[in-house]
Design a protein around this ligand. Structure first.
Ligand code: FES
Length: 169
């Protein structure tokens, strides 16, 4: 397998200036009927639209599915996929699992942190990149692994990681 396995990038479509969080959320809610069982799919769609779950969206969602706001927050905080702060347009995830660790993941993470100038969990000031680490991508045969948006890069070296990030700029 080549170094890069290409999958489709997820495009986060932020609302335009004229479009408020409320109007975008209402557009999303219009395709649901307001059942409690729809809570997770709604949260996923709102996050896909904004890149995170804006506070204003939570009360609207709570009213729509007729549950207390704390239930919506409680559900969202239970799942690590949901974020409550804006993230960068590109999400860089570096695996810190054992399989990747023994194949040099710490060097990959060091290099990525150096190139982006941020640490794990941080976002660049221009909102271009958010850096995260994950426990395992389930692609240990490709260790060490880094994922940029939905694109998987395997058998990395620190130099290749630097090259990948530099070519994106
Ligand atoms: S340990 Fe890194 S992909 Fe599994």
């Amino acid at each position: 397998m080549s170094m890069a396995e290409v999958t489709q990038d997820i495009q986060t479509v932020a609302p335009t200036g004229a479009e408020t969080v409320e109007t975008r959320v209402d557009e999303i809610l219009a395709s649901y009927i307001g059942e409690k069982a729809e809570l997770i799919p709604i949260l996923q769609q709102v996050q896909q639209a904004f890149g995170y779950l804006p506070e204003e969206a939570m009360s609207r969602i709570a009213k729509f599915v007729d549950v207390p706001e704390c239930t919506v927050f409680g559900t969202a905080t239970f799942y690590t996929q949901f974020k409550f702060v804006p993230t960068g347009r590109n999400i860089i995830k570096v695996c810190r699992g054992t399989g990747c660790y023994v194949k040099g993941a710490p060097r990959i993470l060091d290099e990525v942190e150096k190139v982006l100038g941020i640490k794990d969990g941080e976002t660049t000031p221009d909102m271009e990149y958010t850096l995260e680490t994950v426990a395992c991508f389930g692609s240990c045969a490709l260790a060490p692994v880094m994922v940029v948006n939905d694109r998987v890069y395997g058998r990395l070296t620190a130099n290749k990681a630097k090259e990948i990030l530099s070519n994106r700029e």
